[in-house]
Design a binder for this molecule. Structure first.
Ligand code: DSN
Length: 479
């Protein structure tokens, strides 16, 4: 077996030489990004490190081909190779997740969610306009019918988790198109436990009667019972749509099984491919046969032409996710999150829901006297990369926030284990304990500025670098 890392090193190095001959600032930025990623403690819950094979798949001639439409039914000639790429990626997605149908064209998670929403409207809305026209899908409508249709679709209802409870913008938030195209109602979490209260959710759903019940999250540190979600959707006649962008890797890696696996329960599931799934930046949609025709209309109804090079990279990453090595990785992601939560709690941090059983923890920074923004900045100065995040009933709003979200997928890819995450917890609590908010010029508590004791940031950064030196990113990659 040839040394594939040495081969990849030559490939990347040669590619950078070629790029530098045209625009050296870009090749420099690519090298600098690798250095940044190597040297910082990357704890953003939605980030990861794709494999060298996945990265190499993105830069090639597939990028130059237009291929709007679907496999075997394109609006352009000469798409036979794109058909192969898309078929292989979809086959891997179906088999990996046990789904009836997979659509691998979405360019991002938001795109995937929009395709899902459009497909559900398309398949489910009893529209007088559509009935009047005897049309099967909205694609058959004339321009003059669109106004009536918009009014009818606008009355449709979506019910998703609120942003401050951990839901995503696309689950009906008022500043996202999902909150504009639908009437929306958010469900929160129990004020005491921070957990989803399924009985209350059922009662709310009975009152609101959504067309679409959305399950899934970006910042909820717990598993969801999708069997309960299915029961609730059935009780009110809703379509169950699951956004598993954050935990797709834990589903693929068989950490979330039984009632924690959304695929057997949901009508439509969307995900990104670059978070815990560790693939290229992009999205995909899984669906039951009932919704497959409507999902297949994603491009050009919702999406621009598919990025064939990215679909190829999805195929490679999905093939990797079908291995037992990936299953071990996914289990380590969850085990490491547990170790991180235990380490933070033992050192006095308050965590939303009191802990975690997925890949992320959410620290309530108010117990350190800090906003999320101050905590995020103090940690970043110390070489610890996290992101600020709202917590339930957040007193500081969505910009400053009162929490930081911390995830284990990226550093687990580098090989860190439970003891290492305990050390990470020690660094985080050290910085948050040392940071002091700076009073604003108005005399009110400041929300952005902070101070750190002399030397704390440098000492923490040195500790982080020492830890990371033991876990090289892409071992053997000579760049
Ligand atoms: N940006 C993703 C996240 O950080 O969770 C969601 O869009």
């Amino acid at each position: 077996m040839p040394d594939l890392t040495a081969t990849a090193s030559r490939a990347f190095s040669d590619a950078l030489t070629v790029i530098a001959s045209v625009e050296p600032r870009i090749s420099d930025a690519i090298r600098a990004e690798l250095a940044d990623q190597r040297g910082s403690l990357k704890l953003i819950a939605s980030e990861n490190y794709a494999s060298l094979a996945t990265l190499l798949t993105m830069g090639n001639w597939l990028s130059d081909k237009y291929a709007e439409g679907t496999i075997g039914h394109r609006f352009y000639a000469g798409c036979q190779n794109v058909d192969t790429v898309e078929s292989v990626a979809a086959e891997h997605a179906r088999e990996l997740f046990g789904a009836e149908y997979a659509y691998v064209q979405p360019h991002s998670g938001i795109d995937a969610n929009l395709v899902a929403y459009w497909a559900i409207l398309n398949a489910k809305v009893e529209s007088p306009t559509l009935q009047r026209l005897g049309a099967k899908t909205v694609n058959d409508l004339a321009e003059s019918d669109w106004e009536d249709l918009r009014a009818e679709f606008n009355r449709q209802r979506v019910m998703g988790m609120s942003l401050d409870a951990g839901g995503h913008l696309t689950h009906g938030f008022r500043h996202n198109i999902s909150g504009k195209m639908f009437a929306q109602h958010s469900y929160g979490t129990d004020p005491e436990s921070g957990l989803i209260d399924y009985d209350k959710l059922l009662a709310d759903a009975r009152e609101f009667k959504p067309l679409i019940l959305v399950a899934g999250y970006s910042a909820y540190p717990r598993r969801v019972n999708f069997a309960r979600m299915r029961e609730i959707a059935d009780a009110v006649g809703a379509v169950l749509f699951v956004d598993m962008a954050h935990f797709a890797g834990l589903v693929a890696g068989k950490v979330f099984t039984g009632e924690e696996n959304p695929i057997p329960y949901a009508d439509v599931v969307a995900t990104t491919t670059h978070k815990s799934l560790r693939g290229p930046r992009g999205g995909l949609v899984l669906a039951t046969k009932e919704f497959s025709d409507a999902v297949d209309k994603g491009c050009p109804m919702v999406l621009g032409g598919p990025l064939s090079n990215m679909m190829a990279a999805k195929a490679v990453a999905l093939a990797e996710a079908r291995t037992t090595a990936f299953q071990s990785y996914a289990q380590a992601v969850a085990d490491n999150a547990q170790a991180l939560a235990d380490g933070l709690l033992r050192r006095g941090a308050r965590l939303v829901t009191g802990g975690t059983d997925n890949h992320l923890v959410l620290i309530d920074t108010t117990t350190f006297g800090l906003t999320g923004r101050q905590a995020e900045s103090a940690l970043l100065e110390s070489g610890v990369v996290t992101n600020r995040n709202s917590i339930p009933a957040d007193p500081n709003g969505a910009w400053y926030t009162s929490g930081v979200r911390i995830g284990t997928p990226a550093l687990t890819s580098r090989g860190l284990g439970a003891d290492d995450f305990d050390e990470v917890a020690d660094m985080i609590v050290g910085v948050l304990t040392g940071a002091e908010p700076v009073t604003a010029s108005t005399g009110k508590p400041g929300k952005a500025k902070y101070t750190l004791p002399d030397g704390l940031a440098d000492r923490t950064r040195a500790r982080a670098e020492e830890l990371l030196d033991r876990f090289p990113l892409y071992p053997g990659l000579t760049l």
